[in-house]
Design a protein around this ligand. Sequence first.
Ligand code: SF4
Length: 517
Amino acid sequence: MAYEPIWAADASKLNKMELVKLEKDGLDIIRTIIEKYAHEGYSSITPDDMNLFKWAGVYEQKPKNGHFMMRVRINSGVLTTDQARALAGIAKDYGRNLMDVTTRQAIQFHWLTVEQLPDIFNRLEKVGLYSWEACGDCPRTIVGNPLAGIDKNELFDTTDLVNQVNDFFLLNRDFSNLPRKYKMSISTNIYNSAHAEIQCLAFTPASKVIDGEEVLGFHVWVGGGLSAKPHLAKRLDLFARPEEVLKVATGVTTIFRDFGYREKRHHARLKFLVADWGPEKFKEKLIELIGDMPSLGEDKIIGWNAAYFNGVHPQKQDGLSYIGLNIPVGRLSGDEFAELARVADTYGDGTIRTTVSQDIVISGVMNELVEKALTESVFERLTPNPNLFMSRTVSCTGNEFCNLAVVETKERARRVAEYLDSKIELDEDIRIHFIGCPNACGQKHIADIGLQGALVKTPEGMVDAFDIAVGGILGPGAKFNETLKGRVKGEDVGAVLEQLILYYKDNRSEDETFHQF
Ligand code: SF4
């Protein structure tokens, strides 16, 4: 039986999108696309239905002339090579051979038309992949440890748990109408490779002695998120055993659904409810829903690797290695993706793993085959040994395709990284993130140097510009970066960052890192 939407009692407290969602559940759009719009075409799509396309994982692309972008959710970023080939095929047949790895380990296509969507949905479903709810006011892709199952630095393998939680929420109409987007992560990587503090709900590695025995499990964090008002998630005073993760996730999501704010779209994310309630009240409500839980155990996160795995590294399995590749600003062609699938089959365990740093890992390569594998030509551009700045530059989609963008980001980010690599030699990594608007898909706030697009008035008219912020970090001591005074014209970003980094290099004290700069 369907749940009662208790928030719907007073329509005067609902924003316009809430009224649309009450008329039609977002998930219903999937059938409407297949049965109606794919036949009747772009011009037949109503504005309300266009808003619901996100539940199918599909957004209208810029300019609004009949093309769409699509996100495909990938649990923890782990794909089989059959799945990878299906994705590459969609890019080649429908997406102008273009693929983006997103900061939620998803794959994004561009240039799709509504007529093509049913075949794309079919192709995905055949290999067990879905774009459903990769966008929209619902539980999105569950981010996880891309090295799940092979990671020397994880407490235990979280693959099955992520799949279990994903399978519960995917297409579940009890949770397909949340106040706003809802982001979860589950990882036991001790270097926080799933960026726990910026999720609505995060499970992080922990242990606790219960009845004299050490139990491995999770701490639970709620209310993180970026955009114009960024919040770091708050840790709840509880410990969850692996078998309790789904129960906790269901409880937290229920609280968000029933008590989250639906009056203003920009004040609807779970982070606002958590900030108002505080973690103690939030925990009380959760316990009321799911029953008592043990209190905090020992936190097992000891640092933050920002989800970078470039190079060749040993796996937890003896004799096997993984190869971490740089995908410049997350963009590659369908041909390259298909080639990576071939290489993963030839030398590895038939798995391709996407990371929240917009990169890719090939796993399960026998140590004696690593040298030969590295001679493959696809590794010339998608290299395990990238230049310093290219290896740490992340970018959102920007105004090439995104309707919300103020400025161009992706190609600019690539050019800036290339420029800095040509100008600066440095013995430490500096992470640079570009975003094209305050929505922060490129996670500007957690970067060493974060750049947010804006426009400035010049005698020649309005031009692209960026606000620059420095000092973001997650893990122990997590904090968002701070915006510097002034705004830099887009064409000057490379030169200004060059000056900034060289100033740091010339003036840093011994043992100082850029985070303390
Ligand atoms: Fe678009 Fe803004 Fe997100 Fe960039 S940060 S992809 S410009 S919504």
